[in-house]
Design a protein around this ligand. Structure first.
Ligand SMILES: Cc1cc2nc3c(=O)[nH]c(=O)nc-3n(C[C@H](O)[C@H](O)[C@H](O)COP(=O)(O)OP(=O)(O)OC[C@H]3O[C@@H](n4cnc5c(N)ncnc54)[C@H](O)[C@@H]3O)c2cc1C
Length: 396
């Protein structure tokens, strides 16, 4: 079993990397591996799958805009819905976001500000403040934002990869990597690289290059081999509520955008035709960078304490709902700046949070990659050694 390149991890990142690598180098023998028995069963399957183009960092702007153009080109295959974002800002949020927003162009980036008076009257939103919650000052209405199916997207990439002759091996849980110098106290003058990897059945897979697209498992796996990726897992929880649609809006035939509330990073993805909303939030300080269990569980206590009070304040008509389903997964953050990473040591490459074409380009030793919308992107900007990214200021 000798390949040119093996990609370990078949989430959206691994699958897109596999597709782009095969597209750019059709003659290469490429294998995509995952420990689950299907593509996109890891954290890709846990995602709320919301997308936006509104970022202050130039890196995120370029990658998001080009990715969205690609998603739009396959919209029907990935259930893309350009719902828009209603990002509600308090006076304080607005002041904090001002510098970030000044790096965007209203026309080109397709957003506008709505004053409280301009909020569509069908939305049963309470904009006033209480002791605990801020008043809604204005709404940042992003038009090039919405939702899609992350599972369909990852599987679409995987299918395209297979159509080009790529091979997928599932389930194959990689238990260890075998370095050319077996003794871990290898002499520093000899070059060390991966020779092969071994799965849970003891099967060895050989290749010239290995790309690890392990998402939240990146740190725990690679740190065993002396690679400090600094990509750490952090738990995120989602809750689907069975509601009466008229508790959110009077007319649900009108498009209801994704609602980002001014407090606690709480957001609502409307699925009103099914009388449901999906809600999530992002808690940071106090939420450890570690995996507590796999699969992790979503806690009703977290919903009651962290999310429900915010919902009750801003949507006071939203009452008597039941939790229809709940789940949790892990985000994978590169801690210093939370931007994507593509890095390589010897014949070991690792990648997190980025589009596959950049990873493929790095693997092929290309300095520059042309993204789907024909923008040119310097791949080394996402490396650790020559990193060139600006910190993101528009964080939900
Ligand atoms: C609750 C939640 C909500 C989210 N909402 C959004 C959102 O709205 N918008 C957004 O853009 N992002 C969102 N995300 C983040 C998004 O899901 C991730 O950024 C994305 O799915 C990461 O893809 P990945 O391919 O890196 O990881 P994964 O999909 O986790 O893929 C990694 C793969 O590696 C495999 N693997 C691990 N170890 C091994 C091994 N030893 N051998 C073989 N295979 C292995 C795993 O099985 C897995 O399939 C959310 C995440 C969560 C948890």
């Amino acid at each position: 079993m000798k390949y040119d390149t093996i990609i370990i991890g078949a989430g959206v990142i691994g699958a897109s990397t596999a597709y782009h690598l095969k597209r750019l180098s059709p003659k290469k023998k490429i294998l995509l591996i995952d420990k689950n028995n299907k593509v996109a069963v890891g954290n890709t399957a846990k995602s709320a799958a919301l997308y936006r183009n509104l970022f202050s960092s130039r890196t995120s702007q370029v990658l998001a805009n080009s990715s969205i153009s690609y998603y739009e080109s396959i919209a029907d295959k990935i259930s893309l819905k350009e719902l828009g974002y209603f990002w509600m800002l308090s006076q304080d949020d607005y002041q904090k976001a001002k510098t970030g927003l000044s790096k965007l162009d209203e026309k080109k980036d397709r957003f506008e500000f709505l004053s409280v008076k301009e909020i569509p009257t069908n939305l049963k939103l309470n904009t006033s403040k209480s002791d605990e919650f801020s008043e809604v000052e204005c709404i940042l209405y992003g038009h090039r934002c919405g939702s899609l199916s992350a599972i369909k997207l990852a599987r679409y990439y995987a299918t395209q990869f297979q159509k080009l002759g790529g091979v997928i091996q599932v389930p194959a849980k990689i238990k260890k990597i075998n370095l050319t110098e077996k003794n871990r106290f290898y002499p520093p003058w000899s070059d060390v690289k991966i020779d092969s990897i071994t799965d849970h059945n003891g099967v060895d897979y050989f290749a010239d290059d290995f790309i690890f697209a392990l998402g939240a498992w990146t740190h725990s796996f690679l740190s065993q081999y002396g690679i400090a990726s600094q990509i750490y897992p952090q738990k995120r929880q989602m809750f689907t509520l069975k509601i009466k649609p008229d508790q959110i809006a009077t007319d649900i035939k009108q498009r209801i955008p994704i609602l980002v509330l001014p407090t606690g990073g709480v957001y609502i993805k409307p699925v009103l035709q099914n009388s449901m909303v999906m809600v999530g939030s992002a808690n940071e300080l106090g939420n450890p960078f570690q995996m507590d269990a796999n699969p992790p569980t979503a806690e009703e206590g977290y919903f009651k304490n962290a999310i429900e009070p915010v919902l009750n304040h801003y949507f006071p008509h939203l009452k008597d709902y039941s939790i229809f389903s709940k789940w949790a997964g892990y985000y994978a953050y590169y801690w210093p700046d939370k931007n994507p990473v593509i890095e390589k040591i010897s014949n070991i490459q690792w990648v997190s949070g980025t589009s596959g074409s950049g990873t493929a380009a790095r693997n092929l030793s290309m300095d520059e990659v042309e993204l789907f919308d024909e923008t040119k992107f310097q791949v080394a900007d996402l490396s650790l050694k020559k990193r060139n990214v600006d910190a993101e200021e528009l964080i939900i």
